[in-house]
Design a protein around this ligand. Structure first.
Ligand SMILES: Cc1cc2nc3c(=O)[nH]c(=O)nc-3n(C[C@H](O)[C@H](O)[C@H](O)COP(=O)(O)OP(=O)(O)OC[C@H]3O[C@@H](n4cnc5c(N)ncnc54)[C@H](O)[C@@H]3O)c2cc1C
Length: 284
């Protein structure tokens, strides 16, 4: 099997936060067959678009499987079936091209189908749970109910299964209205989020009775920094990398923000970003 591979490459190139260590074997499978083969022969880190991860840069990772070239998208009636590595943005554009409505909310989330399902990604009042019909993994097919979607969580968050495909249940809609909604939401993002900086989106989850960004802002932490890791001035929920932040800088920033917010408000901020290769990494 001739699977595309890069050797001894920094994983920061494959993350939106631009932090990560060396990976000995980085594979880019294009088919299910290649994915099954790699999972049979390695125990890899699985990545989609790397837009929700903070990867330790002090350790060397043996194998990573980057799914962005496993990215077919097709239509079946009013459903769209997309491979795990397809970019959510491309699936949204595909839906627009076929006059299908329901997933406009996801336009602007810079993740893959697999990463979005795993996280139950959502924005502006919509979440994956609203549009997923079924999910295929390397182990079995799941109905929506079996996915156990919760806030930024799914049954896959605690498993080592590789998501292969998602089927999205959409409805026939009006192309102009769909396009208008997508444009409106992207403009909101450009206005509110620090899209010009390296980040992994909102670093912390929303709490039961609070928005992390609001608490961080109220605690006077906008702009607070540890070397090149900084709380964004534009959106306090985004911790950003100004260019040369290390894993250690970023972890220190996360811990400082959590501690200061707890001291001032009594609220605990829980990380939404997946920390890979650190002491809390579930894969260890
Ligand atoms: C600027 C910006 C804005 C964002 N806005 C939002 C937003 O509005 N809403 C939101 O919910 N999120 C947002 N995010 C976060 C992120 O885009 C989402 O969580 C996205 O769904 C992650 O997908 P990914 O492919 O990048 O996942 P990755 O970062 O590649 O992976 C995330 C986790 O999923 C696992 N994983 C990935 N693919 C698979 C697979 N096929 N099978 C099994 N496990 C897999 C990885 O191992 C990792 O643990 C934003 C991020 C950025 C940088």
């Amino acid at each position: 099997m001739n699977i595309e591979e890069m050797r001894d490459i920094s994983l920061k190139e494959f993350t939106t936060l631009h932090i990560g260590g060396i990976c000995r074997h980085c594979y880019f499978p294009k088919t299910e067959e290649e994915i099954f083969y790699l999972l049979d022969h390695t125990d890899p880190l699985i990545l989609g678009c790397g837009s929700n991860v903070l990867i330790n840069d002090e350790t060397v990772l043996e194998n990573a499987l980057i799914l962005t070239k496993f990215n077919r998208i097709r239509k079946e009636g009013n459903t769209i079936v997309a491979d795990a590595g397809a970019r959510l943005m491309d699936v949204c554009l595909f839906a627009l091209d076929h006059d299908l409505t329901g997933m406009e909310f996801a336009y602007g989330i810079p993740g893959s189908v697999g990463g979005a399902i795993m996280m139950n990604a959502g924005a502006y009042g919509g979440e994956m749970i609203d549009i997923i019909k079924s999910v295929k993994t390397t182990v079995k097919d799941y109905t929506k109910e079996q996915c156990e979607f919760g806030y930024r969580h799914s049954v896959f968050s605690d498993s080592k299964e590789c998501i292969l495909q998602g089927t999205f249940q959409l409805k026939k809609g009006n192309r102009n209205l769909i396009a208008m909604k997508m444009k409106e939401l992207i403009e909101k993002r450009i206005e509110k989020q620090p899209l010009e900086s390296y980040s992994a989106g909102s670093t912390f989850k929303r709490g039961q009775d609070f928005y992390a960004s609001q608490l961080i802002s109220e605690c006077g932490l906008k702009g607070y920094r540890v070397n090149d890791a900084q709380v964004s001035m534009k959106h306090a929920g985004f911790l950003i990398n100004n260019g040369h932040a290390s894993y250690r800088d970023f972890m220190q920033l996360i811990e400082d923000v959590q501690r200061k917010v707890f001291e001032m408000t009594g609220k605990k901020l829980e990380c939404e970003v997946k920390i890979i290769g650190g002491k809390d990494d579930l894969r260890k």
